[in-house]
Design a protein around this ligand. Structure first.
Ligand code: HEM
Ligand code: HEM
Length: 280
């Protein structure tokens, strides 16, 4: 049970890093499939985006931003500790730094996103959004239950693991890759979220015309392609570590890891097809 580890902040950071990594990976798979709807029909894509404009999903988007931000900042702390072991004496200060940087960045962004949610929400809801309306609180409650139910199953059996550098072979390349790709993803993934949420009215402006306009520009196609390949490969290698912690028998490992690689491969191909065959 996870409360067995209470008291050690770096243990909590490790657990949260794992949970956010799994959450972002699952979101990414769904997100790439969602985006590919535009290949079949722009109307279908617009209907799907309309669903995301509901306040229920927008609360999830605020949490997703928090997850990417925490995972990125904490990942950077892990990278610094791994490549500059002499900084280990500052462990506690670095953890405090991650927490402070997280709240300094997250709170203003969450306030902006919440404001956009309120602006866009009333036209989608059919009831007035004010703190006295019971429907609003019911929506918030349902969103919280839905989000918790996604995370709850992953909370049951973590084990304490210290990041140990492998001595060679594929494991060493994977270990190095997850660190290098993590640092690049700070710019790519957080940049993508800033573009989608903080510029020009945020997500309320997203629809198939917006995507068509962006994908007409080869710079954004290349940016999205880099984000797609790095995030899926980083996430898949990370999920491999997580799954190997919970599945020990060779046959069960073979099944879950094959499933992981097949799903990741299909989603990458679908994402690349969207980016390079969509005619704006
Ligand atoms: C935003 C920039 C990111 C950084 C700096 C980063 C950094 C890292 C680092 C350093 C690790 C290894 C942790 C360890 O060995 O203890 C890791 C693990 C992981 N990352 Fe990321 N990452 C980022 C983005 C992402 C994204 C976008 C995804 C999902 C697509 C993701 C999914 C994972 C998963 C599932 C793990 C395995 C967690 C575990 O072993 O407990 N990461 N990340
Ligand atoms: C809720 C927050 C997000 C919104 C509103 C959003 C929005 C979008 C939109 C509108 C596109 C279409 C292409 C474009 O305009 O560039 C897109 C594509 C993409 N997004 Fe996001 N995004 C979000 C979060 C994320 C996160 C957290 C990641 C990475 C971990 C991500 C990775 C991608 C990738 C890889 C593509 C290209 C998909 C493809 O290959 O078809 N997005 N996103």
């Amino acid at each position: 049970m996870f409360w067995r580890y209470r008291g050690d902040p770096s243990m909590w950071a490790w657990l949260l890093h794992r949970l956010t990594g799994i959450g972002i990976f699952v979101f990414l798979l769904i997100h790439v499939v969602d985006t590919s709807l535009i290949l079949w029909s722009r109307e279908l894509y617009d209907k799907m985006v309309e669903l995301y404009h509901q306040p229920f999903f927008k609360i999830g988007e605020i949490l997703l931003f928090g997850a990417v931000l925490f995972h990125g900042l904490n990942g950077l702390r892990v990278v610094v500790l791994d490549f500059a072991p002499q900084t280990t004496v500052y462990q506690r200060q670095m953890l405090a730094g991650v927490a402070i940087a997280f709240f300094l960045l997250f709170i203003p962004v969450a306030v902006i996103m919440f404001g956009q949610m309120m602006q866009g929400a009333e036209k989608h809801l059919g009831f007035e959004l004010n703190p006295k309306s019971w429907q609003m609180w019911l929506t918030v409650l349902l969103a919280s239950v839905a989000i918790f139910s996604v995370y709850a199953p992953t909370m049951s059996a973590p084990k304490l693991k210290v990041s140990i550098k492998p001595s060679g072979g594929l494991e060493l390349y994977g270990w190095l890759f997850i660190r290098v790709s993590g640092v690049l993803l700070i710019f790519l993934a957080i940049g993508h979220l800033v573009i989608m949420h903080l510029i020009d009215g945020g997500v309320n402006r997203i629809n198939s015309d917006f995507v068509a306009q962006r994908l007409a520009n080869p710079i954004w196609r290349t940016y999205d392609f880099l984000l797609l390949t790095l995030a899926i490969t980083h996430g898949t290698w990370g999920m491999r570590t997580v799954l190997m912690d919970y599945f020990h028998k060779p046959i069960s490992r073979l099944i879950v890891l094959s499933l992981l690689y097949v799903v990741a491969g299909i989603v990458t191909v679908l994402g690349a097809l969207t980016l390079f065959t969509f005619q704006p």
